[in-house]
Write a protein that binds this ligand. Structure first.
Ligand code: ADP
Ligand code: MG
Ligand code: ZN
Length: 472
């Protein structure tokens, strides 16, 4: 029997607002425990939530970009459950009237993933288990950080499709400025629902859910493992039990956590403290008009408008800060292909050497544009320019000041070059003879010697020319 794997995803994304969803506490990641809290997000009795308008704006923006229908009258509901990371004992979420529904995402090769819904909700706190004290500590800084949850239809058939979707989702949300999507900080987390069925069957099999996977690698491996586990059970004639399972990174296996709770256990009801969210047509039109150019559109434009190869266009648009940097370079007069080469070579190289994200880099476009202009004008040779780049990268240093301070300006004085050539020819009679006997290698050696005499600051093209002329 051949089996088909069926997967649906629930993705939680932390929104890039400055403050929390129902109070004015900061959403900043990584503060000392319980320093980003107030009576509202700590769930004190008698406090009242006030909806952050920016949350609605970002959720609607995401919904529009994912081709959803926006719900003009949406509402918040209480999801009741007890857990120590949730001091109110209920989470404010949206069950009955989510803000967006019925979207779709194209993931390439003709495949489309349908979005069932996108809703707004608040994040819970974090529990930290301390094995030394044998205690569990509660940090409420994350309580009330705004989330959107994006739920797909069960449209995936393999891990590769899931990864393609998540990459597209991440790229889109980053371009929109909806979220930084940093998986290592928990800004994007995934629950994977998976079942298997005989190939060709129209019915869905019994599914399991793997919660809070936080890397692409963990997601891929968990999918492969879980599909095989379910197939083996079914082939042995045993049932798959609907349950929540935990992926253990170290053991490369999933473990049962709890059998799947029934939605009714949450005793959902409309939150009486929050008025419904009413969105006017004019508001929606305004947000639709403000949608920025997304990565795919940029990829096409870089090729048609600026003649970049497809590979370059893809590399540069893979991260929004790189695309912004590139467009700024071009607007400062850098030739597109040259700008692309510097970004793909030197900029990415230095980012990885310093362990930096593109968005956190100090270097500004005018600095690199100036450096490239000096190379173009024949004032710096390319190798020297790379060294200057490395020197100014970290602090966005002044290129001209650095070049002047280190005497790096390229020797384009024909007299100086000719003088160095004469000295080198006089000192290397054997190589001259070798060259005249037809050994092209000897020529390269002589060029190297002249460059050395000029401390690497001559234009290689000029040195080549003068030597060739002189040797006849
Ligand atoms: P719940 O709210 O209990 O988690 P939902 O019906 O909202 O369940 O579905 C959650 C996710 O699970 C959705 O992405 C959906 O596509 C997916 N899903 C539902 N049934 C199956 C199934 N049999 N196999 C795989 N995925 C499924
Ligand atoms: Mg679920
Ligand atoms: Zn607060």
């Amino acid at each position: 029997m051949t089996w088909e794997t069926v997967i649906g995803l629930e993705t939680h994304v932390e929104l890039a607002t400055k403050t929390k969803i129902f109070c004015s506490c900061t959403t900043e990641f990584g503060g000392a425990p319980n320093t980003h809290c107030c009576p509202v997000c700590m769930g004190m009795p008698g406090t009242l939530p006030v909806l952050n308008q920016k949350v609605v704006e970002l959720a609607v923006t995401a919904g529009l970009a994912l081709n959803c229908a926006i719900t003009p009258h949406s509402r918040f509901d209480r999801k009741n459950y007890f857990y120590p990371d949730l001091p109110k004992a209920y989470q404010i979420s949206q069950l009955y009237l989510p803000i967006a529904r019925n979207g779709r995402v194209d993931i390439g090769e003709g495949k489309t993933i349908r979005i069932h819904e996108l809703h707004m909700e608040e994040d819970a706190g974090k529990l930290v288990h301390d094995p030394w004290l044998d205690q569990t500590l509660a940090d409420y800084n994350r309580c009330g950080v705004p989330l959107i949850e994006i739920v797909t239809e069960p449209d995936f058939r393999c891990a590769e499709e899931v990864i393609a979707y998540l990459e597209k989702l991440k790229e889109t949300l980053q371009y929109l400025g909806v979220s930084d999507c940093k998986m290592q900080e928990g800004s994007l987390r995934c629950d994977v629902n998976l079942s298997v069925r005989p190939a060709g069957s129209a019915q869905l099999g019994v599914r399991t859910e793997m919660k809070n996977l936080n890397s692409f690698k963990a997601i891929s491996r968990a999918i492969v493992y879980e599909a095989r586990r379910q197939i083996e059970l079914l082939e042995e004639g045993k049932p798959v039990v609907q349950q929540t399972r935990r992926w253990d990174e170290n053991k490369d296996a999933t473990y049962a956590m709890r059998s799947k709770e029934n939605a009714q256990d949450y005793r959902y009801f409309p939150d009486p403290d929050l008025p419904p969210v009413e969105l006017s047509g004019a508001y929606l039109d305004r947000l639709r008009a403000a949608l920025p150019e997304l990565a795919e559109a940029k990829r096409v434009r870089y090729q048609t408008q600026w003649g970049l190869p497809a590979y370059d266009a893809k590399m540069i648009t893979s991260q929004k800060p790189l695309a912004d940097f590139f467009e700024a370079l071009v607007s400062l007069g850098t030739k597109p292909k040259q700008g692309a080469n510097w970004i793909m070579g030197q900029v990415l190289g230095q980012l990885s050497a310093h362990g930096l994200e593109a968005g956190d880099m100090a270097l500004t476009p005018p600095t690199l544009a100036r450096l490239i202009a000096l190379v173009e004008a024949g004032k710096l040779n390319r190798n020297t320019a790379v060294k200057v780049f490395e020197a100014v990268f970290e602090t966005d240093g002044d290129v001209d000041a650095y070049v002047a301070a280190h005497g790096l300006e390229q020797v384009s004085d024909a007299g100086l070059v000719a003088e160095a050539v004469e000295q080198v020819l006089a000192a290397n009679e054997k190589s001259v003879a070798d060259y005249k006997a037809g050994k092209e290698k000897a020529f390269g050696f002589l060029v190297g010697q002249v460059m050395r005499r000029l401390k690497g600051q001559a234009s290689p093209a000029m040195v080549n020319q003068v030597l060739r002329d002189r040797l006849g």
